[in-house]
Ligand binder design. Structure first.
Ligand code: MN
Length: 171
């Protein structure tokens, strides 16, 4: 019986910069993200149950999807993969938001098909900047680099060392 729950996302009046779908099970985060996005002129829409997220995305036709990773039922990683496989949505940029930034998480999230990753608790500035960056690249969303690894090259075990972001330092 329950349709997609809309928690805290108000209708934005006037010209909309972008339509942004939020998939997040935490009501406080939804409120925060909605308010932030609306303040930047975006029209957010929130889905709390990730099982409804793919259908909601097809209906809403967002310019950007922001998804939590820790979600009941369908994890954010699974959802990202589903979106990437969907004909209609394959090109939509995805920003993942996650509370745990264990080593390797970012790679896993990017490998699933998200373009960006922001850790919780979010830095408001980083959140807004990342949204802007992803929206700027609308249209030229050719997957960059490694997402389509065809060679079974497993020889680089433990090859961290990449530009992983040191968490916890930005206040
Ligand atoms: Mn969650």
């Amino acid at each position: 019986m329950r349709a997609n729950a809309y928690n805290g996302c108000k209708r934005v009046k006037g010209n909309i910069v972008a339509r942004i779908l939020i998939v997040e099970d935490n009501a406080l985060n939804i409120k925060l993200f909605c308010d932030l996005l609306a303040a930047h002129g975006h029209q957010p829409e929130a889905v709390t149950d990730s099982r409804n997220a793919l259908d909601a995305a097809k209906q809403f036709a967002p310019d950007l999807v922001i998804t939590d990773i820790q979600l009941p039922h369908v994890s954010g990683i699974e959802l990202i993969r589903m979106i990437r496989k969907d004909e209609q949505l394959a090109q939509v940029p995805i920003m993942a938001v996650t509370a745990y930034s264990a080593q390797g998480d970012e790679e896993r999230i990017r490998a699933a098909g998200a373009q960006a990753y922001v850790s919780k608790p979010i830095s408001v500035m980083k959140f807004a900047q990342t949204v802007d960056q992803l929206l700027e690249h609308r249209g030229d969303s050719a997957p960059t680099g490694e997402s389509q690894e065809s060679s079974a090259n497993e020889s680089d075990g433990g090859g961290g060392g990449g530009p992983t972001e040191a968490g916890g330092e930005e206040a």
